[in-house]
Design a protein around this ligand. Sequence first.
Ligand SMILES: [Zn+2]
Length: 421
Amino acid sequence: ENSNHPHYSTLKEDELPINLQQYEDQYVLRISDWSCNSVRDQVMLSAKELDISIWEVANTHKFMDLQVSESEGIALLSMLKDKKVSDEDFKMEMMIDDLPQRIFETYPFNTASEDGDIKSNAEIFFRQYRDINVIYNWFDLLVETYPHLLTVEWIGQTYEGRDIKALRLTAHQENSKGIKTIAITGGIHAREWVSVSTACYVLYQFLLDYEAGDPKAIFYLKNMDFLFLPVMNPDGYSETWGTNRLWRKNKQETYNPRCQGIDIDHNFNFHFTRSMDSPCGENYPGEGAFESLESYAWDKYLNETKHDHPIHGYLDLHSYAEEVLYPYAFTCGELPRDEENLLELAYGLSQSIRLTSGKNYGVLSACEDKNSDLMPSMGAGSALDYMYHNKAYWAFVLKLRDSGSHGFLLPSKFIVPVGNE
Ligand SMILES: [Zn+2]
């Protein structure tokens, strides 16, 4: 599909970005068009029971993607049969049958000649996904270019010793006290690369628009500051570049020496809940709130700066499924303050996306997305609820593209279209 990439099997090991053989017996199945929600729930619970990796459950578009080996696929079908779920109650198709190749195609390949030009032509930056070092160098380059608008903010340090860095965009060099801030974060889940590139793209486009005298950009920056944290999970992100493209959590040690990583998006303190997920699970929330160094550092940073820069709005970028989520995540039993206005703004976001790109982003509450009523721990301790409850008046999750057949492995040619969207 990506013309720059030969088939990985024709290349030598040292020409490949990571060991791709680890995915060779893996496939991604799409379950869709379930006849009712209890069928969806049975499939989900069975997948959990079998330790199958659930990539996504998209409730507005009605599909669920599962990464399985052949034997896991067979075990799932027989478990569903035992539970009296007929195969006529849902559709199942092969979504990705050459997983290692699809993974390979998300990495830059044979681009050495253009990479040197990132400095001279910033747009080259968005032709490919970028690793953490390139992104942080690009931060520095931007600050050099726009010193009157941008500063690098040091948020903290990760378990593996990487810096967590944000960029503050402000046109109020003096007297910025009390100016409302919009915070935009990406990459809390390591494998969701398009959330990282999109946070970077929005920032960059904003700068260009402002410098070009675009009235909207000038209006926004006159009235608000922006805080961009494109890589909220630098260790996990580095893991996806160097070892396992499908890593989700951070890389912190746990009580189980065989399994690393806390899902940062379950580790905030608003309704933090210990879950059935062990440290080996992809949703492991940690043993206590703010155990993950990333959530801890973010909270500390926001507390220390909150009087100068109150957070007014929050957008947390994820992939995938093309959905706008509003609070709460932890339960559907408690309504958010101002639900009507939250909904209106969520539909407004969805509409402006539709007008920009024609894509149809579904709107739903985060608790429905996480299925928190069925599995209460799935929506607990999220960044969304924490920000909404403690920090931001408005807070949303955007689950970016796609809803087609790429899942987390969205090709790099979509970086700019999704950024614009
Ligand atoms: Zn995510």
